[in-house]
Write a protein that binds this ligand. Sequence first.
Ligand code: ASP
Length: 428
Amino acid sequence: MAAETSDFRILGLNQWQQVLLGMILGIIAGILIKTQAAPENIAVIAERFRTIGSIFFNLIKMVIAPLIFFALISGITSMSDPNTFKRIGVKAVSAYFMTAMFAVVLGIAFGLIFQPGVGMDIDVSSLASALPDAAKNSHEMHIGEFLMSLIPTNFFKALSEDQYLQIVVFSIFTGLIMNSLGDNAKGARDVINSFAKVFFKMIELIVRLAPLAIFGFMAWMVAVQGVDVIQKLAILFVCVLAACFTQYIIFGVLIILFARLSPMPFFKKMASTQIMAFSTSSSKATLSTAMREIQERCGVSEKSANFVLPLGACINMDGTAIYLGICAMFFAQAFGVELSWTAYPILILTCTLGSIGAAGIPSGSIIFMGMVLHSIGVPIEGIGLILGIDRLLDMVRTTINITGDCAITMIVDKSENLMDVEKYYSKD
Ligand code: ASP
């Protein structure tokens, strides 16, 4: 089951070509606004373009929580043998956890080597006002609270508030109970499978609007931010790019080592998914494209595409883990906070939890940045400083996030001998 958008063409262009076109036209529109509009009007005009993108994200948000709920249960109930579920579940969760921890360590290592925060002159008081509300609220969040927050006290509240980790916990619990009831739960299983189809159909239609949304977001971003924000934080920017690129290569190495496959078809066939992730900065908005591509082009089984991949989209964000690790080092250096050896395990733990908890939406990790900085005694006011480049780096880390989900899904699928290897190596 996956959204079928590949054959939806406009002017003969397939979906990823439309997305690229939307991105290019958006950049041109943004440059025009920035250079042609009166300075006092730029923000107002840009905001109108942003609205186009926001409508798209509201539509995605409208369906993504129920989609994940139904897809996960549908995936779990397709593994009625409890041992199969346990084996695939343990493999997926440990692979996601290990890659996230590794990504944090990679981020910290890049932060230590390139020292992006050394020499920054930061005025904390002037930054406090730029701090987003989400990050302010995360100030007081502790790890215990984070763990407790995984259990929904009210499932409908979790759904309505987009609490994805709570939805995952509830879906796994429901799916396991349905499996244990066998034929007694057949009716419920059929209903869930039908609803999964309904929500896939909905997202299939919504995703068709992505090129338009990307056009609006790009125009807004280029018009209000431009590229000059990068100059001030150039080392941090390059450091995050370099670490993400390293992680990208590591995915290839993992495919060679654990799936015993050449990674080249994977990188080639994932391009349209990656373009979608890059342009939307949202793993959740990219999920349906990834589910389709990984099945139709990489030969991954429906079982894994329905269970391992959405699980990854909820709990695995390697690009975000790298970003949190590097930013923590950046702020510690910028504020002159000496980190003791004991701070590093805490940092690895909080960044890993932050990457697990981050919502797969644009700037979804900012809320956890506060938790990470707070855990190592770095002032959270600094977050305001990186907001200018956050949106640009979000495009890169989201690409890494979804690539990681797909790579692990493929490795798990191959290890279960479910994968159609011939399809993986086929030309299209
Ligand atoms: N935008 C990222 C995603 O959707 C999350 C983040 O790092 O802000 O995967």
